[in-house]
Ligand binder design. Sequence first.
Ligand code: B12
Length: 196
Amino acid sequence: MIKEGVDLFRILNHGLIPGMLDASERFRRGEFFIPELLMSSRALQFGLNVLRPLIQERKNHKIAKVIIGTVKFDLHDIGKNLVTILLEGNGFEIIDLGVDVTPEKFVRAVEKHEAQMLAMSSLLTSTMSWMRFTIEQLQASGLSKKVKTLVGGAPVTPIFAKNIGADGYCREATSAPSTIRKLLGIDEDEGILVKQ
Ligand code: B12
């Protein structure tokens, strides 16, 4: 498709992203199992590795800088990666810290990159508290005035998000771009999601 000149965002928004969302949905319905989910995730990453440098070359106007990662002791990254590509496809600049990210690492990255948004993922009830610890460290460092926080992941609920002082919560990756726009007060039209 790249050789044929198909728009890069079309490949992303109409190929890779719907493919992964479809795989997640089938997994939820019990039609797909862990191997299929992992294979889809790897295919997505492979595709992204091809697209990402080309997208960056186009130097699109970035609408905000987002630090993202899965919290300490948690290695689940399929959902987080889905959020990442949806945000990239919507014109956000992403700094992905990966998995097992300590509060200190999150805070350092926010400071270093002067990010407007910090997004955290957790898939284990035993690791959710690391979202709270990270927000507490942000508050202690004074950075919480400059950066908003968004949390997500299967065990995370709106009540939990509110209790730990997060600014936003999304149940689904697909609502992350609009939620972040709302939290940062960014106009809907500023997104660069490809027009059909
Ligand atoms: C795949 C998987 C794994 C893979 C992870 C591979 C990878 N690269 O991610 C492997 C096999 C490594 C794994 C390991 C473990 N796992 Co596991 N795993 C799963 C499984 C089957 C699917 C998770 C997944 O990827 N779903 C698909 C994605 C797309 O969905 P999602 O992550 O929920 O994300 C969506 C939303 O939540 C949201 N979202 C997610 N993050 C964020 C972040 C933001 C900012 C936003 C806005 C949105 C958002 O967007 C996504 C799309 O809408 C779940 C079961 C399940 N049904 O969820 C168990 C599950 C999460 N695992 C579980 C457990 C216990 C473990 C292990 C401890 C097992 C063990 N005994 O070793 C280890 C822990 C390892 C560790 N330290 O993290 C439990 C957790 C139980 C609990 N309540 O804590 C679950 C629920 C299984 C179960 N029913 O027991 N696991």
